[in-house]
Design a protein around this ligand. Structure first.
Ligand code: FES
Length: 186
């Protein structure tokens, strides 16, 4: 078992437990967008940032992928966390201004608009939920990330309708911007 502190509260968790899992079990609220309990955590959206304040290298970490270690001290709502989280919300909102899920979550954390303006809005937050659902739930691997930096996108091989897709709709169901259309199986 691992002993660590979350918001000054001593906790004991099983080895391999992430900070987010420990926080959720304690009823501590942390915003997440790319996390799903049944999928491998990916650490893409960065909304789940927490601050390591003792027992480890100090700094901000994505709690969905950061595991509790012996003696670690973590805080979930420091000024630094709040400031960084706000900027991340604004960046994501600039990318996908029409995402109802994102806007609702941002409002819960006091962010009602983005001061960032991008030339082109996107219809994808690059959260990777669709890619993971396709690979881990449907076991089809019909889509994946492609490109780097600002060219990064989720796509099917050669941008063609994938023969691997069975039209299960898991990707579309999980997409936080509802940006996916399910192709007919066949
Ligand atoms: S929920 Fe942790 S990075 Fe997205």
């Amino acid at each position: 078992m691992i002993n660590f502190k979350l918001n000054d509260k001593p906790l004991q968790v099983e080895e391999g437990t992430t900070i987010l899992e420990a926080a959720l079990a304690e009823g501590v609220k942390i915003p997440t967008l790319c996390y799903h309990k049944d999928l491998t955590p990916y650490g893409a959206c960065r909304l789940c940032l927490v601050e390591i304040v003792g027992g480890g290298r100090p700094g901000l970490e994505a709690s969905c992928v950061f595991k509790a270690t012996e003696g670690l001290e973590v805080k979930t709502d420091t000024e630094r966390v709040k400031k960084s989280r706000k900027i991340i919300f604004e960046l994501l909102m600039a990318r996908c201004p029409d995402s109802e899920k994102l806007n609702k979550l941002a409002a819960e954390y006091g962010v009602s608009r983005s001061r960032i303006h991008l030339k082109q809005k996107e219809n994808c937050l690059l959260c990777g939920l669709c890619v993971r659902a396709c690979a881990e739930v449907s076991e089809r691997h019909a889509q994946s990330f492609s490109g780097r930096g600002h060219r990064r996108t989720v796509d099917t091989p050669f941008s063609k309708i994938s023969e691997k897709c069975i039209g299960c709709g898991a990707c579309a169901y999980l997409c936080p911007v509802k940006g996916l259309k399910v192709q007919e199986a066949g």
